[in-house]
Design a protein around this ligand. Structure first.
Ligand code: ADP
Ligand code: MG
Length: 489
């Protein structure tokens, strides 16, 4: 890594401070039913309609592990290049809260299903590996709703018991933009795998953000604070910056940092204390007596491994090698599974060099402007390929193609139809073009003689006039050839 180009240090009058960050990402497992019950996990249903007796913790109810969720966790672990543990244990994490009917959450503590792994980030200063400490499975809690009534809190247990993967990073992150890149990379990997939809608006992906600071050059980590439950990447970036500055101010005025859990106030852009850090023993963790230790065998893992889809890093390398893309272009195109599929569909039948620019520049501009996903693109990959082919074959110019593209965006029409209907086909008949050129030159005899006596700048003027005369449809190459010939002394 070209470390010298990395410059996220917070500078004060006295010091330069380095920010150290570790993330605990909670990712909701894609699964039709919950981790230990058969209830549906569908988002947005009426409150308390997806709650079984297990989820509401009726006495005597027993949890039964959902094998599909185990597969999803193993798959994700493999996607993070992590060690999969053949034996893992579900513990009870005890605490009292209105939206936790059992009084404990089933989670994995000392023996998680996935151990150490790593994720590679592509930063402007080079690639950087971020260590993964572990991935464990746990149940989500219900949801308390405080803003529906002035004097009541409502509880919705639909989410209670839904499977989450908690992915804990090592404290390897050093700036808000590295965190941005890390969360996006995790999300991309899980979307490729189909293990988490990464939908942050629906709460499918959220993170606890641990932040500490130390003076540049120091080797020991500072005391961390944990900012709970941040549900957008932008808020994560804001919270880190704000929290780091708070800690620096305290340290520079001679105070010390107390390890605690904090909340980020998005309106005021500052963090405030929620509770002093609980210790593990406060949760009285112990193995859940209703569940046997989870044992999986190597063939179960190998089977999942052999059926993994191509992952973002592999696809990126393939795009670079096979399609001759720059790392930047490849990154952009693999950052989203749908984008990469779209691109591959376009280049099935068209020129790669043109295609990559049309996708990255023209199509992305439209999608951004209209705020739509590529899966809902008004221009299908087949139609974009057709458009590109009309450029490659000289049927229309690049300039006219942009006009056609605008119409395609509005109508979703096939470009050949648009070109035909609007009469946009490039004029490439040399005889026709020669007639037009002769006419233009005859109308500008004075300029022709100026040109011939050395005012070569006028060449562009002639081209402009000829293009005007052809309504922009004249084939530039053929026009050039004829015009040069005609202007020879
Ligand atoms: P806990 O359950 O106490 O939150 P975890 O092990 O689940 O502990 O998570 C600790 C998180 O804090 C990890 O993501 C780790 O990388 C991060 N972390 C540990 N030490 C520091 C530090 N000094 N500064 C910032 N982050 C840290
Ligand atoms: Mg934590």
């Amino acid at each position: 890594m070209e470390q010298e180009k990395f410059d996220y240090y917070i500078k004060t009058e006295k010091n330069s401070w380095e920010v150290v960050i570790g993330l605990e990402v909670h990712a909701q497992v894609i699964s039709n039913s919950k981790l230990f019950s058969g209830s549906s996990t569908k988002f947005g249903s009426e409150p308390n309609t997806q709650v079984s007796l297990v989820d509401s913790a009726f006495p005597g109810m027993l949890p039964v592990i959902n094998q599909f969720c185990i597969e999803q966790a193993v798959k994700t672990g493999l996607g993070l290049n992590a060690k999969i543990n053949l034996l893992s244990i579900f513990d009870r994490k005890n605490y009292f809260y209105a939206d936790l009917p059992a009084g404990y959450q089933i989670s994995q503590y000392k023996n998680p299903i996935v151990g150490e792994g790593e994720v590679t980030l592509d930063m402007p200063y080079g690639s950087k590996k971020i260590g993964i400490e572990r991935l464990h499975l746990e149940q989500d809690a219900g949801k308390s709703i405080h803003d529906l009534s002035p004097d009541n809190t409502f509880v919705d247990l639909n989410r209670s018991g839904v499977a989450l993967m908690e992915i804990v990073s090592k404290p390897d992150l050093r700036s808000p933009s590295e965190v941005n890149s890390y969360v996006k990379k995790l999300r991309t990997i899980m979307r490729y795998l189909g293990t988490c939809d990464g939908n942050m608006q629906e709460g499918s992906l959220r993170a606890d953000v641990n932040v500490s600071v130390r003076k540049k050059g120091e080797t020991k980590f500072g005391t961390r604070c944990e900012i709970k439950n941040v549900n957008s990447i932008k808020f994560m970036e804001m919270a880190i910056d704000s929290e780091a500055r708070r800690q620096i101010e305290l340290l520079e005025s001679g105070k010390s940092i107390e390890q605690e859990t904090r909340l980020f106030d998005t309106k005021k852009n500052l963090t405030r204390s929620m509770r002093s850090k609980e210790e593990a023993h406060d949760y009285r963790y112990f193995p859940d007596p209703d569940l046997l230790p989870l044992q999986i065998n190597q063939s179960f893992i190998d089977n999942i491994k052999n059926n993994l889809p191509e992952l973002p890093d592999q696809k990126k390398n393939r795009f670079i090698k096979k399609f001759n893309l720059s790392p930047f272009e490849a990154n952009v195109l693999v950052s989203d599974l749908d984008i990469s599929k779209y691109f591959e569909d376009v280049i099935k039948n068209s020129d790669i060099k043109l295609a990559k620019n049309w996708v990255i520049v023209e199509l992305f501009a439209v999608l951004n402007k209209k705020n739509i996903d590529i899966s809902n693109s008004p221009v299908s990959p087949q139609n974009l390929a057709l458009l590109i082919n009309t450029i490659s074959s000289g049927e229309i110019s690049g300039k006219i193609a942009k006009k056609v593209f605008e119409i395609m965006v509005e109508t979703g029409d096939d470009p050949t139809k648009i070109i035909k209907e609007k009469g946009l086909k490039q004029q490439s008949d040399p005889k026709e073009l020669e007639k037009t050129i002769i006419k233009v030159l005859e109308n500008n005899l004075d300029k022709v003689s100026e040109y011939k006596s050395g005012k070569e700048k006028l060449y562009g003027f002639f081209v402009g006039e000829i293009m005007k005369a052809t309504s922009g449809k004249g084939n530039p190459k053929i026009i050039n050839d004829i015009l040069k010939e005609k202007l020879k002394k």
